[in-house]
Write a protein that binds this ligand. Structure first.
Ligand SMILES: Nc1ncnc2c1ncn2[C@@H]1O[C@H](COP(=O)(O)OP(=O)(O)OP(=O)(O)O)[C@@H](O)[C@H]1O
Length: 282
């Protein structure tokens, strides 16, 4: 569905933001771009939505080279980026009707969509009165209104409380069940682990790892052992499971009968990200 080969792109001559990047995304996949601020995730999304056309190499979506997108192509993609693109003085229903009228192939049932995201009762309120959680749900509807094959989401759960974040993740999974291909960017490793079939770690405009969260965790990460003991309050330390026999502090505590607790755990996607990139997403 999406094919990127040797993509190089920058805003200024001689300064590449993305360098020689290649990857592909299959139909029906949720694919996540993970990287720290400035890594080039939004720039990549701009190329894949046809907003940035001055690039080298190739980037194609549904068989169409991104620099050649025409109006018809925008019927096939839906975009939910962080900035608001709706009219504040119009109600949610008015906004959705207006934006829906721009598509030539019609839209999904607006009432049903509003109901699905729990906004039917607030549909006639002006957007200016909406909370952040309500805005993100209505923005999401706007992105899927014309039933696009491909969805681009930028930080879909950013700033949402746990209940709204859960709701948003269910909505995204729901679109995948309907056969949609979804590309998302996030800083949130937990969301990426829950949602994405595969993730690409992006550092300075290059992919430094690409796999399913499960494979990355199982193959690249080492199991950790965390142990605690009492010494002027509770102390905690950790080591890799495979190095437990050389962990002098732990052996000393065992011999002295001073170990208070010990447990092993799988690394998280965040641990793997830090290990592979040397960066932290906080
Ligand atoms: N319009 C622009 N003109 C010049 N430089 C830009 C422009 N947009 C982005 N950049 C630069 O490109 C680099 C990558 O930015 P980009 O927005 O793609 O990163 P990002 O990974 O999406 O970051 P964030 O997680 O903060 O959104 C940054 O150094 C940024 O300053």
């Amino acid at each position: 569905m999406i094919q990127v080969e040797h993509l190089t792109v920058g805003y200024e001559r001689g300064k590449n933001i993305i360098t020689d990047m290649s990857f592909s995304v299959k139909k029906g996949e949720i694919f996540g771009f993970l990287g720290s601020s400035g890594a080039g995730k939004s720039t990549l999304q701009k190329v894949l939505t046809g907003m940035l056309t001055g690039y080298e190499g190739s980037a194609s979506v549904a068989g169409v080279e991104c620099r050649c997108f025409d109006r018809d192509f925008y019927e096939k993609i839906g975009v939910d980026f962080e900035y608001s693109t709706m009219y504040e003085k119009l109600t949610a229903r008015e906004n959705l009707k207006f934006f829906g009228s721009l598509y030539k192939n019609g839209t999904r049932d607006i009432e049903k969509l509003l109901d699905a995201v729990g906004l039917l009762a607030d549909a006639d309120k002006r957007l200016e009165s909406y909370s952040k959680g309500m805005r993100s749900r209505v923005n999401f509807i706007k992105a899927i209104l014309h039933d696009p094959e491909i969805l681009y989401l930028d930080e879909p759960t950013s700033g949402l409380d746990p209940a709204n974040s859960k709701k948003m993740k269910e909505l995204i999974k729901g679109e995948q069940k309907r056969g949609k291909t979804i590309l998302l960017t996030t800083h949130n490793m937990q969301d990426a682990t829950e949602l994405c079939d595969r993730v690409a770690f992006i550092v300075n405009g290059k992919i430094c790892a690409l796999d399913s969260p499960h494979h990355l965790i199982m193959e690249k990460g080492a199991k950790k052992v965390t142990y605690t003991w009492e010494e002027h309050g509770e102390q905690t330390a950790e080591c890799r499971l495979e190095e437990i026999g050389n962990e002098q502090k732990l052996l000393e505590l065992i011999r002295a009968g001073r170990l208070r607790s010990i447990h092993s755990s799988e690394p998280t996607l965040n641990d793997i990200f830090v290990e592979l990139t040397g960066e932290s997403l906080g």
